[in-house]
Design a protein around this ligand. Structure first.
Ligand code: HEM
Length: 522
């Protein structure tokens, strides 16, 4: 054997030895070694990475909770919980931050709020977001939102009772609304293909982010991956530059958008948002407010088209509350539509638009013991709750896969509820987590309810709809006989990219007599 081969042999031997030692440590000596979990997950992040790459990490997590119980080890340094107590202990504790793996969500030097882990900086950013997403700001924005919804309704009218796939339609509608709020100008993806690079790029980026968050070591391949995707990256950059330039050409206050508020907020030093960060934040509106709402709307249409009694009750509520399509606006009448709210909540329970686990860890300054549902969490361990799993936990939601908006409603007027039923409803609310919660939870919750309520109410005002006939009608369903958790025909299929991807349902729309004429434009 030559000297070179001997050195190579020794190097390989040393690497193998180190690998064996690391795996033995993870399995037998690691502070989490007594926790249950899949063997591969105890040894490597590759377990989560594999399921994330197949867009089914939420289903694997659900299956593993059934097998290992309410807390298990999902990666060498990660514990995942499935209780409302854990939800409370993790997300309502102000000493707990997003985990360091959220750095994997950032591909540019300018970080958006999602990957900002510094406590003060994050707080400042939330303040700016809070202004544009406040109730008052959303009321000012509502006419723009309604105009975009009218464009959506006209697409349904134009379909002339041919099946329409709701996924692209909802995706473009939600992108156009989020784009208007972020950039103060129409992206027009609903009517023109030019800017459709935006919603589709968001999906591709989400897939990469979800994979890297599950298996951070793989993010080292990013320089190569981004090179492979260079053409799309350039197209996206060009489209974005055009939009930014068009907005900058207008005075700051010309539109009611994120730019007008953020640019106003730019101050000296570290105060407020830096000018260069504004556009990184504005782009974040597209996945945060576009992809999520697209998933929520597509799922609502899926479940309504499969539950005739729910559909009939909701249609009755909308059609008796409002006097015309143009009267459908935010305000007391809309807030009075309790069944609509129950349908939205039940949909987000069974099909959470953000389906990935919200991973957290204490700020580095935190030195007290961190206790989650009675478990003292060792330093360096990430903890999380998965919304799909918690909201399908039978302990809180009996018959968890049944779509039953009634579960959210109290007894009809005048009847009092038994203390037991009251306790069960309150437990259910404590485990409802589509938006996460606390200082790192969703800032767009009010907008999400506003937008989904308007879209669903207006659609039911102008149209009746049903599942498309034949094979086309099955798009979005599970398939009987599958062994990977996708076997339920009545469950809308989500593809876990942290934010959910989806396809379908295909629906057929029939305009309601005469009402549709309001939608016609000259
Ligand atoms: C149905 C719709 C929506 C759902 C289910 C949803 C859900 C979530 C969840 C679960 C998080 C936390 C994720 C994590 O910690 O990993 C989050 C964060 C966030 N969401 Fe939403 N969201 C929705 C709509 C919106 C909308 C319309 C906006 C407006 C632009 C928005 C803005 C944000 C922002 C800015 C954050 C980051 C908060 C922070 O880092 O402190 N969301 N959302």
């Amino acid at each position: 054997m030559g000297m070179f081969s001997a050195m190579a042999f020794n190097a390989v031997g040393a690497i193998v030895l180190l690998g064996v030692l690391a795996l033995t440590y993870r399995l037998l000596l690691h502070p989490l070694s007594d926790y249950p979990g899949p063997l591969v997950a105890k040894l490597t992040d590759g377990y989560g990475g594999y399921h994330a790459s197949r867009k089914r990490l939420h289903l694997a997590t659900y299956h593993d909770h059934l097998k290992y119980g309410p807390v298990f080890r999902q990666a060498p340094n990660r514990l995942i919980f499935n209780t409302a107590a854990a939800l409370h202990d993790i997300y309502l504790n102000p000493e707990i931050n997003k985990a360091h793996i959220y750095k994997q969500t950032q591909f540019n030097p300018e970080k958006n709020i999602f990957g900002t882990l510094d406590r003060e900086r994050h707080k400042q950013k939330r303040k700016v977001y809070g202004q544009i997403l406040s109730d008052r700001s959303l009321r000012t924005f509502e006419p723009t939102m309604r105009n975009e919804i009218d464009v959506f309704l006209r697409q349904l009218l134009k379909a002339h009772a041919e099946p329409v796939n709701m996924t692209p339609l909802c995706e473009r509608l939600a992108t156009d609304i989020a784009g208007q709020l972020a950039f103060g100008q129409p992206l027009n993806t609903q009517t023109d293909a030019t800017n459709r690079i935006f919603p589709r790029s968001m999906i591709s980026m989400n897939a990469v982010v979800s994979f890297f968050m599950a298996w951070p070591a793989i993010s080292l391949t990013w320089p190569l991956l981004s090179r492979l995707n260079k053409k799309n990256g350039l197209m996206f950059g060009r489209a974005l530059r055009g939009i930014v330039q068009a907005r900058m050409a207008l005075p700051k206050g010309a539109k009611h958008d994120f730019y007008s508020i953020a640019a106003e907020d730019v101050g000296e030093g570290e105060e407020g948002l830096r000018r260069s960060e504004i556009w990184a934040e504005a782009v974040f509106f597209l996945p945060a407010g576009g992809t999520t709402i697209s998933a929520a709307l597509s799922a609502i249409f899926f479940y309504l088209s499969r539950h005739p009694t729910v559909y009939a009750r909701l249609a009755r509520e909308i059609r008796t509350t409002f006097s015309s399509g143009s009267a459908i606006q935010g305000g007391p009448q809309m807030s009075g539509c309790k069944y609509l709210r129950a349908v939205i909540d039940e949909t987000m329970r069974v099909a959470p638009p953000f389906v990935g686990t919200f991973w957290r860890e204490p700020y580095s300054s935190h030195t007290k013991p961190f206790v989650v549902d009675g478990h003292v969490i060792p330093r360096g361990v990430l903890v999380g709750v998965n919304p799909y799993c918690l909201m399908h936990n039978e302990a809180y939601f009996p018959e968890p896969f049944a779509f039953r908006p009634e579960r959210w409603l109290g007894p009809a007027d005048g009847t009092s509820e038994s203390p037991e039923a009251e306790r069960a409803r309150s437990a259910m609310r404590g485990a409802f987590a589509p938006f996460a919660s606390g200082d790192t939870g969703c800032l767009g919750k009010a907008m999400a309810y506003y937008e989904t309520s308007l879209v669903v109410a207006k659609t039911l005002w102008y149209f009746d709809f049903e599942k498309a006939p034949g094979e086309a009608g099955r798009l979005g369903e599970g398939e009987p006989g599958r062994k990977d958790g996708r076997h339920r025909t009545d469950e809308y299929q989500l593809f876990d990219l942290a934010v959910a991807d989806h396809d379908g349902p295909n629906l057929v729309f029939k305009p309601r007599a005469g009402y549709w004429k309001e939608l016609e434009v000259d």
